[in-house]
Write a protein that binds this ligand. Structure first.
Ligand code: ATP
Length: 382
């Protein structure tokens, strides 16, 4: 399950985020996969592409070569499967891609019951770190207006039966009236996610909160807590504390502005990051990336929103901000202009929403296209 690239082996070296590969000089356009997905994906993915192109050009970057790939309901029509082999093969040759949301509940059987295309991609490429920032935007009503934190969620094991087994499922029923689920926690997975969190905190406000439930799940989440603490000893400048997940939910509502980086196991991270998304604003602004040692997939936290698909009402911010995170990671490793493009996008989102231009979910009147155009104007002007 763990590739050699991703394993943390050199404890004597300066700690470096294992999900960020070493810098390479960039001399040609970066090839980025583009997977539209379903529902509002057909609106927000093209909008994201336009914004990225504008930001990279404005930052003087060498540009992006987009690689559109089939996925989702359209791929069922054209290829007989929501995730064609040709898409997986093409992704093998790419370091980064943007994935639109998928509406797998609307797929015909047998695809509806299968692991979603995004889940299959995460598993196939061992994208072990799900990084989900929650930052309140100026001008957006938020329960926690000063929140600025990042949830670093372990993405490959824990209690999620769809991904914690190499073969078979971690959830099963010996009789129709008995259901069992297996939780998996390994030292290797804890170490690499902890390192991702501590590296991130080193570049932010220098605080990591480890979230677990070691008073009840003492072996599994206890191992998670203890390994995170061990890794933390390599980062003397980062302050560490920990909390039980139930207490953490309450603390986030009460003092959401006090946290910097929260590292936690899979299911706790899934739940807490929806909470922080809502506390800091809206699902429509909640960005995320899934990453391994070599690859980054930008994917908004929200779903395909079939209720508003095709109406021009989708908020593209979550995916655009996810793409900015992806550019920042490319910027770190190959081309500083991509990091500059990422900063441009973040500042332009703040400036656009800050002056009252927003889609309906944020209380505004702009369509997806109008918001995107206003954002691109600011991306160019900043
Ligand atoms: P999934 O299980 O695939 O994550 P879901 O059923 O939880 O999906 P979403 O598709 O995320 O739900 O939609 C939840 C609600 O939020 C819907 O009313 C939808 O219209 C709204 N919503 C989600 N994303 C956006 C967006 N980008 N812009 C505007 N509204 C959105």
């Amino acid at each position: 399950m763990v590739s050699n690239d991703d394993r943390v082996t050199d404890q004597t070296a300066t700690p470096r985020d294992a999900t960020r590969p070493a810098a390479l000089p960039g001399t040609r356009p970066h090839r980025i996969g583009l997977l539209e997905g379903d529902g509002i994906g057909h609106e927000i993915v093209p909008a994201t592409r336009e914004v990225v192109d504008a930001a990279v050009a404005a930052a003087g970057g060498i540009g992006v070569e987009w690689v559109p790939l089939p996925i989702g309901a359209e791929a069922i029509d054209t290829h007989g499967t929501p995730l064609p082999e040709e898409t997986l093969d093409a992704l093998e040759g790419l370091d980064a891609w943007i994935l639109g949301p998928h509406d797998s509940a609307s797929y015909p059987e047998p695809y509806r019951r299968q692991l979603t295309p995004g889940g299959r991609i995460r598993k196939h490429f061992d994208l072990y770190a799900n990084i989900r920032p929650a930052r309140a935007l100026t001008g957006v009503r938020a329960v926690s207006p000063a929140m600025d934190l990042v949830v670093v969620r372990e993405n490959t094991e824990g209690f999620y039966a769809d991904r914690n087994m190499a073969v078979g499922s971690g959830e099963f029923m010996p009789t129709p009236d008995v259901a069992l689920a297996v939780g998996v926690v390994t030292r290797t997975a804890c170490e690499r996610i902890a390192r991702t969190a501590f590296d991130l905190a080193s570049k932010r406000r220098g605080r990591v909160t480890i979230v677990h439930k070691a008073n009840v799940l003492s072996m599994t989440t206890g191992l998670f807590r203890d390994v995170c603490r061990e890794v933390g000893r390599d980062y003397p400048s980062v302050q560490v504390d920990d909390a039980h997940v139930d207490a953490m939910a309450a603390l986030l509502v009460r003092h959401g502005d006090r946290y910097d980086v929260i590292v936690t196991e899979n299911m706790f991270g899934d739940i807490l990051s929806d909470l922080t998304a809502e506390l800091s604003g809206s699902l429509g602004t909640a960005a995320s990336v899934n990453a391994s040692g070599t690859r980054t997939m930008a994917q908004a936290s929200h779903g395909a929103a079939p209720d508003i698909a095709g109406l021009g009402r989708a908020n593209p911010i979550a995916l655009i901000s996810s793409a900015a995170m992806l550019l920042d990671r490319i910027g770190d490793t190959s081309d500083p202009s991509f990091a500059a493009a990422a900063r441009r996008i973040d500042a332009a989102v703040d400036a656009t929403v800050g002056c009252g231009i927003a889609t309906a979910d944020l209380g505004g009147t702009a369509s997806t296209a109008e918001f995107t155009d206003a954002l691109i104007a600011r991306v160019r002007d900043l």
